[in-house]
Write a protein that binds this ligand. Sequence first.
Ligand code: CUA
Length: 162
Amino acid sequence: MRQKYVTPATVLVVAVVLVVIAAFASIRDGSNADSHEHEHDDMQSHDSSHHDDDKSLSDEPSGVIKDGERVIEVRARQFEFDPNSIVVRKGETVRLEITSEDVTHGFNLEGHDIDRELKPNQTETITFVPEKSGRFQFRCSVYCGRGHTDMNGELIVIEQDG
Ligand code: CUA
């Protein structure tokens, strides 16, 4: 009686051994796929190059110089200022030309005593000389809808030499 069970058991053991060998072989194949790791290396080097881009962008003043003034065109619309990051130099005359593309918005600039209404499809000219370097928030100061409180941006005043 016992002998009958030995034979199927042996077959089972052999089968298990074959499966283990097959699994081991597939693991070794997997370790040959080094190319996947190199792809990760490439992605990391791309990431580090982004930091350089960010730096040069934030150091470059916005707009163009016209008649000795830095003129920057800004679009206001529900619910954003475009651009929402403006870079100027301390001590220069800055002229913002802000056009609302839809409804009435407002332009309030922290630290500069500026708060102007922006009527639909009109261009408001706001001229000032930034006296202090730093970061100053600007925001929409006229309720314009659900996204009104998200409608803001930043004026970055850099040193004259920078
Ligand atoms: Cu735009 Cu409030």
